[in-house]
Design a protein. Structure first.
Lengths: 327, 622
């Protein structure tokens, strides 16, 4: 077990190191000159200004020198200054968005996993029942539905107010600007802003969990040990929760933990519709502005989160399934 | 200002259902709370450092925080005194003596003097401020001779520094001096001299500006200005309908239409100095090396021929494009100096010179120039056969109107035997492609300065992207020595009337050379609630920017509906009796009690299920 553990951790660290190196070159092979982008449309444009901007951005030095600086800075967790949000450090820009992203995407991932798994379990267990047929139709629909489309409908219904739908909730953002709220009233305000995007994301994500859980459970239900359990006279509830579900949970658990790794990536379309200050839309803006330092920082964060989630999934898997650590 | 750089203009959803009203306002602030004016927009600012501004949205913050040497009149954008009350120009047109108003104070209590202005202009020039150094290319030196007098010397005779061409905001020297690299300065919260200063900036969310205690001009009626940044236009529309915001800018005409007939909402289509164009690669690969410029790229050789470009201009109907794509809100375009500019600067092509929409005449022009369809496939070839007239045509994903216009343009060009392949890409990518000269047609836009000098300067030969990787303003690779010479002449012309004539001639040359098809002059789509605030001042009048983004007139005049100010009603806006609702910051949603109830409900439910299951399991194992 210890060997397995050390192996997995080493593998994760190696992957992370690769990402750090790869990150640097990935964005620099993108065509175009970020300095020139900043000057677009400026009457100030001339070679002098351009050179000055390159110096400002640290792009004037040869690539190997930039790389050495980059490595040193990254190890010290100094990710440099963003080009796009000019004058502010990448750490600050990312830090501002991490909490709202985790709050929204994290909670809705967990909620959708729980709801999705429960739907999947009951659907798979009573395969062919009215609940199964109904829930399968529903989950397939929400799984294939475009999130932003559903988001706009929800926004129009519950923020703008259409027909019988009450316009209760705010149209977007993380909090009410300039309201100067603190303490409990601040958190209530944030919760109110979160309701609609949380609802949309939870509904949009739960289909995947339900479908995988259902299929996984149906597979297990045909296995010999289930038949054995029933033959022993174990009650149906017991068969489901003690024998079938724990075994069927393995693939869905991997999915859930990996999804948690992707939480940092945000939810671009939902952030867009509900003006949520998350990391997803920040990434879009960073790509558009060719903001190398910001993109490097974001990708490092995303990769680290996914690598960590992978590691956790591996370790947990080994714990839950002895065959893995033996093999 | 510069290239239109609207990051978000993507999703547009069709007609929205009627509805609205702000049910469910859980807790409104007390009546004696601050009066907050809230603006909704999708164009978030990226910096508070004036050395680095480049977005139109950033100019509002500057205009309300700082003084200009000379500002812009709300009526017609002509020069009016601001920090400077007067300027004297020497006989040779090379020395400008500004007299400043004394007695002004920065928001931190320091006096504002001539030193501040001289220092700021010098800093803009020395540190290559992205936009503002552009106005100082002719400045040789600047110095403060006493508390209220600044002398600027230019490198050549010019009339530019006698008015508001010097569109560069004055900063406090005591705050900005001592930086090695002032561009790195965050400038937040800012020290300024205007009526409102930035107090709070949550990126991705909002900016909050509060009153400057040292402001000695007319007292504003509002206490705070909040810019709330949305990502989608649909959300802006919903927020306006729900009363979460008081004023909004839109870029999508159909979403703008969806708020038009809502109760308590008034809309106004403003004109602003802006145009969108289809630009052509007039020969990046075929022109002679010249200074830094080396030929590069692979544009279609046919576009080096002015006859082909003119035929393209004649095949594109600006009127129809405006109606179909901009739902009629955008005035059709012709020359690169938009209707909003200094008085008399715009040249309108006379009837006999107008390259009006005429497919037949365009076809005749191409026939005459020898571009014939020799193989009968519907596409013309270069004179003498050979390469067919097939053009790459690039539009931008960030601007839906460029995408919407493409099918019209494509079908018109098809009718004159020109085939196009339309590709949509990000603005960043298109910028690269243009610098590389690897395009034939593209669709983009500009927001020119009020003085046409800047927009005209972009099309001189030395503004071409020089080497395939560097940026240049001249994205059509337009190069005409006659144009260049006349441009320099107008810059040095001291007689205003003669200068205007030269500006007209420059536009005429550029129009006839047809490097650009100016599609339309982009409108400013504005909507505001009539039950909260009034006192908007359009700039220019009668139909301009209701927040008068070139000056601080509107922000000093905007006031809650029903507030008695005496002296009559200035500007647009509905008058409605009763205290303006929603003037404070309101929160929406359900109250704390409901949330606690929901939380308690969930806990009870989960506990019940667990207890139930445990009992059953216990029974089973017993």
């Amino acid at each position: 077990m210890r060997g397995y553990l050390i192996g997995k951790v080493a593998q994760a660290l190696l992957t992370l190191a690769f990402v750090v190196v790869f990150n640097f070159f990935l964005f620099r092979v993108m065509p175009g000159d970020p300095a020139a982008l900043l000057l677009r449309g400026s009457a100030a444009f001339n070679p002098d200004t351009l050179e000055q901007v390159r110096v400002d951005l640290g792009l004037d030095r040869p690539l190997p020198a930039q790389f050495v600086t980059y490595l040193g800075d990254t190890l010290r967790l100094n990710l440099g200054d963003s080009f796009f949000a000019r004058g502010r450090s990448v750490n600050t820009v990312i830090a501002e968005r991490v909490w709202p992203t985790l709050l929204l995407v994290g909670t809705s991932t967990i909620a959708s996993a729980i709801i999705g798994l429960v739907i999947g379990i009951y659907g798979g267990w009573r395969r062919g029942s009215a609940f199964d047929v109904g829930s399968l139709g529903f989950t397939l629909f929400v799984y294939s539905m475009p999130e932003f489309w559903f988001g706009i409908l929800v926004l129009m219904a519950f923020a703008g107010g259409v027909g019988p739908f009450p316009a209760i909730f705010p149209t977007g953002g993380y909090e009410t600007p300039a309201a100067g709220l603190t303490g409990l009233s601040h958190w209530v305000d944030v919760l109110n802003h979160m309701v609609l995007p949380f609802f949309v994301l939870t509904v949009a994500y739960l289909g995947e969990y339900a479908i995988i859980m259902r299929n996984s459970l149906i597979d297990i239900m045909g296995d010999d040990f289930i038949t054995t359990a029933r033959a022993k006279g174990v009650r149906e509830q017991q068969v489901l929760w003690r024998h079938a579900v724990p075994n069927a949970l393995l693939p869905t658990m991997t999915l859930t933990i990996l999804s948690l790794g992707f939480v940092f990536g945000g939810a671009i379309t939902i952030e867009y519709v509900f003006s949520w200050p998350g990391l997803g839309w920040l990434t879009v803006q960073a790509i558009d502005a060719k903001d190398f330092p910001l993109l490097q920082g974001l990708f490092l964060l995303f990769s680290a989160a996914v690598i960590l989630a992978n590691l956790v999934a591996d370790l947990l898997y080994a714990y839950l399934d002895p065959r893995v650590r033996a093999g | 200002m510069g290239r239109i750089w609207r990051l978000i203009r993507v999703f547009t959803v069709g007609a929205m259902l009627v509805g609205g009203g702000s049910v469910g306002i859980a807790s409104a602030q007390e009546d004696d709370g601050p009066v907050v004016f809230t603006i909704g927009s999708t164009d978030e600012i990226t910096t508070l450092n004036p050395l680095k501004v480049y977005l139109a949205s950033e100019y509002y913050i500057l205009a309300w925080s700082y003084h200009l040497p000379f500002s812009f009149a709300p009526e017609d954008l002509s020069a009016v005194p601001d920090l400077a009350t007067d300027v004297e120009v020497s006989e040779d047109g090379m020395t400008f003596t500004y007299t400043l108003q004394g007695g002004l104070t920065w928001s931190d209590g320091q006096p504002m003097t001539a030193e501040d202005m001289a220092f700021t202009m010098q800093m803009y020039q020395d540190s290559h401020a992205y936009i503002f150094s552009g106005y100082l290319t002719l400045m040789d030196s600047i110095e403060a001779v006493d508390e209220t007098t600044v002398v600027l010397r230019s490198k050549q005779p010019t009339s530019l520094y006698a008015g508001n061409y010097l569109y560069a905001y004055v900063l406090p020297k005591h705050v900005w001096e001592g930086f090695d690299r002032p561009k790195q300065f965050e400038n937040y919260p800012n020290v300024g001299s205007g009526p409102f200063l930035v107090e709070e900036w949550r990126t991705g969310e909002f900016i909050r500006m509060v009153r400057n205690p040292e402001w000695s001009g007319p007292e504003p009626y509002i206490d705070e200005v909040v810019w709330r940044y949305f990502k989608s236009q649909d959300a802006v529309a919903e927020a306006l309908k729900a009363g979460e915001i008081d004023f909004a800018y839109f870029t999508a005409p159909n979403i703008f239409n969806s708020v038009k007939d809502e109760p308590n909402i008034e809309t106004m289509v403003g004109v602003l100095p802006s145009f969108d164009e289809i630009g052509m690669n007039t020969g990046s690969a075929y022109q002679d090396p010249d200074g830094a410029f080396v030929p590069h790229g692979d544009g279609h050789p046919a576009l080096t021929d002015v006859m082909v470009r003119r035929a393209i201009r004649m095949a594109i109907d600006s009127q129809q494009l405006s109606e179909k794509v901009y739902l009629g809100y955008a005035p059709p375009g012709d020359t690169i100096v938009p209707p909003v500019t200094i008085a008399g600067a715009r040249w309108e092509p006379p009837e006999e010179e107008r390259l009006a929409w005429d497919i037949e005449a365009a076809n005749a022009l191409l026939d005459e120039a020898g571009y014939l369809d020799t193989d009968g496939d519907g596409v013309r070839e270069m004179p003498g056969g050979g390469q067919p007239l097939e053009f790459r045509y690039f539009v931008r994903t960030s601007d839906q109107t460029t995408i919407d216009a493409a099918p019209f343009v494509q079908s018109w060009l098809e009718q004159i035997g020109i085939k196009t392949e339309v590709t949509a890409m990000s603005s960043g990518r298109l910028g690269d492609v243009i610098n590389a000269g690897e395009y034939d047609l593209f669709d983009w836009g500009w927001i020119p300065d009020i003085d046409p000098n800047s927009i005209l300067s972009y099309f001189t030969c030395d503004q071409r992207p020089p080497d395939g990787t560097s940026y240049g303003n001249n994205d059509a690779y337009y190069c005409n020595p006659a144009y260049d010479e006349l441009f320099l002449q107008q810059q040095s012309e001291l007689d205003p009337q003669r200068r205007l004539e030269m500006i007209h001639e420059l536009q005429r040359i550029f129009y006839n050379d047809a490097a650009y098809v100016v599609k339309w002059y982009s409108p400013l789509l504005q909507a505001y609630r009539t039950d909260t605030f009034t006192g908007y001042i359009p700039q220019p009048q009668p139909e301009g920017d209701l927040l008068s983004g070139y000056s601080r007139d509107a922000i000093l005049s905007i006031r809650p509906v029903g507030l008695d100010v005496g002296g009559g009603d200035a500007g647009a806006g509905g008058e409605d009796e009763g205290a303006g609702p929603g003037t404070g910051a309101e929160t929406r949603g359900v109250s704390a009690g409901v949330w606690i109830g929901i939380g308690a409900g969930v806990v009870v439910l989960v506990t019940a299920i667990l207890l139930l299951r445990r009992r059953r399991t216990g029974e089973d194992e017993a």
